[in-house]
Structure formats: structure tokens, C-alpha cells
Design a protein around this ligand. Structure first.
Ligand SMILES: Cc1ncc(COP(=O)(O)O)c(C=O)c1O
Length: 372
């Protein structure tokens, strides 16, 4: 990551006076502290050692079965616990998928704005990033059709069809990142693209957004032909995902159906999104955005080109942080000033105050940019 931006982000995170509209972190009030503590106590009291002993790289069978059952309920008929690999978060699932699919120099198709963590993995692997409908044939595509980051939008029928065409016609593997799928405001997600192209899609999921990222438990479901390579990549990286976290999660899920928690989380984040969007319309009318359909954030585009890192510097001086657009743009060169602002972490009154500060910083930044 850009050092200047990282040091500004670290300053925001360390100073509670700075209102954080960056980062895209889940709301701590939703962390299931008591239920996780009870699950951890039950797991540690048990006579068997599975939670504390080494395990296999694919992860615990019960948790894998839970994830497979969730996918079958969403229309993926041909999936079982055997197809699921538990990973250290979705981030590792993407990294393993990229490692297995692409050698340096290969091409990877991405959405014009994408998740920076995935872009970093692809760049570190030495692949060439391409985007847009006319991009040349690529070895793999990385997309978030269920709910995109940073835009917080659900892919429509034609975008989904285009991804499937690319997968089938060009024999491109699709890494389908569903990190936010359960946080669509309209309700539970429909069938993933995995249901339509079982041999071409590698599906990525995580408990980070709906429970807590500290668990570091995610998953990867891949075509059977790639399973051995994927398990080998997992074994080489870290032998297995955190066993204690897996067993605590397993116990937690057995005692607490997730559906009610998800319904609450959707309403909670939708309410925060509405507050943020109202504030943005009021305070930053020159900035365009599509209201999010879920997730944690809004993608904003400004009226003119400019240095988004300098705007962040001005914003931090006014007591507010955000994520500069260049982090999300596949070629790192935004056409216009852009930013991701998140509503997930801060309560309503701080969201409103944060947008007011951002608007003041924007006016100061614009005046000095015009004077220069
Ligand atoms: C789209 C997307 N994929 C993956 C991740 C990584 O999630 P995890 O915490 O499970 O590694 C994130 C985290 O922000 C994300 O936004």
C-alpha cells in the first residue's frame, strides 16, 4: 500500500477524535461477545482435544458441512463438505486461489473498482490486470457479484451473464468473492455463480463481516480438479486455519442460528447507510454516488480530477478519515477524485459529524487546489 496513505490511515485509527469513515470495519456493537465466550468455554471444557490439537489443512468437518449446507440451500446442488476448505479469512482464500490459478505474467480480469486486498494479491503474484467488457482473454477473473466492494452494489442479470460468458467462452476461472453476500439489505442472497459453472468458479466466503474479523475464518470452494493443489497451497502456507477459532465457531453456530443475527445486521447497516447517504446529499452535493444495496460503504466520485491522498490529508486535519479512491482502481489512476466512505463503524451522530467535517475539508482543499 501507498506509504503516505497508510500512515494517514494509522493516524486516524489511533486517534479517537478522528471520525473514521475509512477501513470498512464491522460495528463492534454487533460482535457476539457473550455467545462466543460461552462457546469458547464449552469447547475448552470438552474432553476431546480437537480444538487444541493439529488438524488437517481442509479444516473441521462440521464447519465445512455447515458451509456446504448453506450453499446447497442457495441452489448449488453439487457441493458437500468435501468441497470446502477452511481458510484464514477470505483474504487467504483469494490468495490461494490466485496462487493455484495464475503464474506470473498471466492476465487477470477485475472490475474497474475492486477490493484493494485482492488487487494487492494479484499484483504481488505478478499478473497483468485488465478490466472492462472488451478486455482480452484472461486466465482468471475476480469479481463480487453478490455485493461489490467498494460500490456496495449487487450485479444485475446482464453483469452476471457476462461473467459466466467470460468463464465459459474464454475458459477463464472466476474467483467469486462473497465476503458481503449476507449483508444485502434486501435479504438473504440468491444463488451464487458457482451454481451455474461448478467447474469454472472458485467461491470465497468469510465470517469476518457478519460475526467478527478477529476469528480469521473464511472458506474456499473450488472445482474438484483443483482440490489437491489447493490443499497443498494451504498446507504450505500455514498447515491449517486456526483450530480453536473453528471449533468455537462450530459450537456457536450449533447453539445460535445465524439467520436472526443476519436479519438484524442487515437492518442495522441499512439504517446507518441511510444516515450517511442523507448527510452526503446535504453536505457534498457535487459528489455523485449510487446508494449502496448492502455491505459497509459508499463509493463517491467528485466533480474534477485531483490528488485523493492530499484530500485525505486535509480531511484528517479536519478530524475525519476515508479511503482514497486510488486504492480501489485497478490501474491505480482514478479518472476523477474518488473515495470510499464507510458507514459500518461509527454511530449515526458521528456519521453526520464526519460528513460535515469532510465537507469543510473538501471546500478548503478545493480552494487551495484552484489557487495553486
Ligand atoms: C471483498 C472482500 N473480500 C475479502 C476480504 C477479506 O476478509 P477476511 O477478513 O475474511 O480476510 C474483505 C475485507 O475487507 C473484502 O472486503
Amino acid at each position: 500500500m501507498d506509504r503516505r496513505i497508510e500512515s494517514l490511515q494509522r493516524r486516524c485509527a489511533a486517534d479517537h477524535r478522528v471520525i473514521s469513515l475509512g477501513g470498512g470495519l464491522p460495528a463492534p456493537v454487533l460482535f457476539p461477545r457473550r455467545a462466543l465466550a460461552a462457546a469458547a468455554a464449552r469447547v475448552l471444557r470438552r474432553a476431546d482435544d480437537a480444538a487444541l490439537q493439529y488438524g488437517w489443512p481442509e479444516g473441521g468437518a462440521e464447519l465445512r458441512g455447515y458451509i456446504a449446507a448453506g450453499l446447497r440451500a442457495r441452489g448449488v446442488s453439487d457441493v458437500s463438505a468435501e468441497d470446502v476448505v477452511i481458510t484464514s479469512g477470505a483474504q487467504q482464500a483469494v490468495a490461494i486461489a490466485v496462487e493455484v490459478l495464475a503464474t506470473p505474467g498471466a492476465r487477470a480480469w477485475v472490475e474497474p473498482e475492486s477490493y484493494p486486498g485482492a488487487l494487492d494479491i494479484l499484483r504481488a503474484r505478478g499478473v497483468a490486470l485488465v478490466a472492462g467488457p472488451d478486455a482480452p482473454r484472461a486466465r482468471l477473473a475476480y469479481a463480487m457479484p453478490a455485493l461489490s466492494n467498494p460500490r456496495g452494489r449487487v450485479a444485475g442479470a446482464s453483469a452476471r451473464a457476462a461473467l459466466l460468458t467470460r468463464a465459459r467462452r474464454d475458459e477463464t476461472y472466476l474467483v467469486e468473492d462473497e465476503a458481503y453476500a449476507d449483508l444485502c439489505f434486501a435479504g438473504p442472497p440468491g444463488a451464487p455463480l458457482l451454481a451455474c459453472a461448478r467447474e469454472r468458479v472458485l467461491l470465497v466466503g468469510t465470517f469476518s463481516k457478519v460475526l467478527c474479523p478477529g476469528l480469521r475464518v473464511g472458506w474456499l470452494v473450488a472445482p474438484r480438479a483443483l482440490r489437491e493443489e489447493i490443499l497443498e497451497a494451504k498446507r504450505i502456507r500455514d498447515l491449517q486455519a486456526n483450530g480453536l477459532a473453528q471449533w468455537v465457531l462450530q459450537d456457536f453456530l450449533a447453539h445460535r442460528p445465524l439467520a436472526r443475527r443476519l436479519a438484524h445486521a442487515r437492518r442495522f447497516y441499512a439504517a446507518r447507510a441511510a444516515v450517511l447517504c442523507d448527510a452526503l446529499r446535504r453536505e457534498l452535493p457535487e459528489w455523485r454516488f449510487d446508494p449502496p444495496e448492502g455491505g459497509f460503504s459508499v463509493w463517491l466520485e467528485g466533480p474534477e480530477p485531483g490528488d485523493d491522498a492530499a484530500l485525505l490529508e486535509a480531511a484528517v486535519a479536519h478530524g475525519v478519515g476515508f479511503d482514497p479512491g486510488r486504492l480501489f482502481v485497478f490501474d491505480g489512476a482514478p479518472r476523477t477524485l474518488s473515495m470510499r466512505v464507510s458507514y459500518s463503524l461509527e454511530p449515526a451522530e458521528r456519521l453526520e459529524a464526519g460528513v460535515s467535517r469532510l465537507a469543510r475539508a473538501w471546500r478548503v482543499f478545493r480552494r487551495s487546489a484552484r489557487a495553486a
